[in-house]
Design a protein around this ligand. Structure first.
Ligand SMILES: Cc1cc2nc3c(=O)[nH]c(=O)nc-3n(C[C@H](O)[C@H](O)[C@H](O)COP(=O)(O)OP(=O)(O)OC[C@H]3O[C@@H](n4cnc5c(N)ncnc54)[C@H](O)[C@@H]3O)c2cc1C
Length: 403
């Protein structure tokens, strides 16, 4: 595996007693000191690298891996200070899979060398990540993954096809679930790798969505060579590693920190206030009901994030992802209804490959069409209801052939 010489922490503030940094005021002082020493108007990447090296990227990570070993919730203190100062951020939507899924998986299951190599350029956005999990016959049921990885010399040869791979066309690296054994229990034959998306044998072809855009792709893997150092976790333990990714994925999709009236409800409420011609009594009641549900979902996501502290997200993440999908579909449907004929006008069917997918952008029709995917991506709503029923509510599980 290629390795880079990750800079060691240089900022004098790191020398403070870590316990003192648990005090938000002390932590604010560290950010203020950092901002005095680093030019926020200069080179964006240099600024972000320095922020990572100062442990102010993910404060809950260990020192040397972008953090200060602090409780997870203190990240909000740091982020607020940087935002207030007008400092550049790492454009999180551009690398949503890297930040939301690959990073927590590497932190929990990667070797120190893997963490040093990948976490810093991931956080700064210099290297984009994608997720090679889904296959034409293995979406919800990842135990059916058929893409194979076979031992070859001191590494692996990978062959197979993946599908619906968001951001594969921009990604430098991928998290990859592959089958290393076809005997025994299906889950036990899976192994988790990082795949170099520039390696010979990786072919990425766009798949167009009904919005007109191609956010995702088919990915063909033909004789792709991976050094063994790109394996995350033990051979045959890919399922355990993948569970970390999936649980984080649900929180990343459904549990984003939002301001009051953030997300789709904000777009509709804003239109309702500004455009008297769309207001009618029936939809008014519907809007109020959805507004209350959106606010409840936002506060639930906030509480879930606070409960996480430095721990792993639990099955409760499925509930926030489920309500995110349901609400987006209901709100975008109501928006089409209240806007009438104007709401049905789609702006442009030109195929785009957006750099930062934006659920809120463009037209009401775009939002309506894009929201259909919310109940599929990151685990379908049916599957999430199963998770909630079995693992949150403790109801008996459905009979399954693989158990
Ligand atoms: C916008 C978008 C982006 C995506 N990005 C990525 C990505 O970057 N990387 C990636 O790997 N994948 C990605 N996906 C794929 C996504 O994770 C899968 O589509 C999803 O897991 C469902 O798999 P499937 O499409 O094969 O449907 P299937 O698994 O075939 O399911 C079909 C239907 O059957 C239902 N079903 C299946 N099993 C059960 C069960 N046991 N109980 C009840 N109902 C069941 C499902 O809920 C669904 O309604 C993306 C999908 C979308 C829409």
């Amino acid at each position: 595996m290629p390795d880079t010489d990750t800079d060691q922490l240089r900022d004098p503030d790191q020398l403070r007693d870590p316990d003192q940094l648990r005090d938000p005021d002390q932590l604010r002082g560290v950010v203020a000191g950092f901002l005095r020493r680093h030019d926020r108007t200069g080179d964006r990447t240099a600024f972000l690298r320095a922020r990572f090296d100062a442990g102010l990227a993910w404060v809950h990570h260990p020192v040397g891996l972008g953090g200060l070993g602090l409780p997870w919730h203190l990240q909000a203190v740091v982020d607020d200070e940087f935002t207030r100062a007008g400092a550049p951020d790492n454009r999180p939507r551009r690398n949503s899979i890297g930040l939301g899924m690959a990073a927590p998986t590497l932190l929990r299951h990667g070797t120190p060398q893997q963490q040093r190599r990948w976490l810093r350029p991931l956080w700064t956005g210099e290297e984009i990540w994608c997720q090679l999990f889904s296959e034409p016959d293995a979406g919800s049921d990842l135990a059916a993954v058929a893409t194979g990885a076979e031992r070859s010399g001191d590494g692996w040869l990978v062959d197979g096809q993946k599908v619906w791979t968001s951001l594969a066309h921009r990604a430098r690296w991928a998290i990859l679930l592959a089958r290393t054994s076809s005997t025994g229990r299906r889950h036990a034959g899976l192994t988790y790798f990082v795949c170099d998306m520039t390696a010979p044998g990786v072919q990425v072809r766009p798949l167009r969505q009904m919005t007109g855009e191609a956010e995702f792709n088919e990915v063909f893997l033909t004789g792709v060579r991976l050094p063994d150092a790109m394996r995350i976790g033990e051979v045959g333990e890919g399922w355990q590693v993948a569970r970390t990714t999936l649980m984080n994925e649900r929180v990343a999709i459904g549990g984003r920190p939002l301001a009051r009236e953030g997300g789709m409800i904000g777009v509709l409420a804003d239109a309702w206030r500004r455009q008297p011609e769309i207001r009618r009594t029936g939809p008014h009641q519907d809007l109020l009901r959805l507004w209350v549900r959106a606010e409840a979902a936002r506060l639930t996501a906030l509480r879930l994030r606070q409960q996480l502290v430095a721990g792993q997200p639990g099955p409760e993440g499925s509930a926030v992802k489920l309500s995110f999908a349901e609400l987006n579909q209901l709100i975008s449907g109501l928006e089409i209804e209240v806007r009438g004929a104007a709401g049905l006008r789609h702006d442009d069917w030109t195929m785009r490959r957006p750099e930062e997918p934006d659920l809120l952008g463009r037209t009401a029709t775009y939002r309506y069409l894009r929201a259909r995917g919310n109940s599929i991506e990151g685990g379908t709503s049916e599957i999430l209801r199963n998770v909630i029923a079995e693992r949150v509510l403790g109801l008996p599980s459905e009979p399954r052939v693989d158990r």
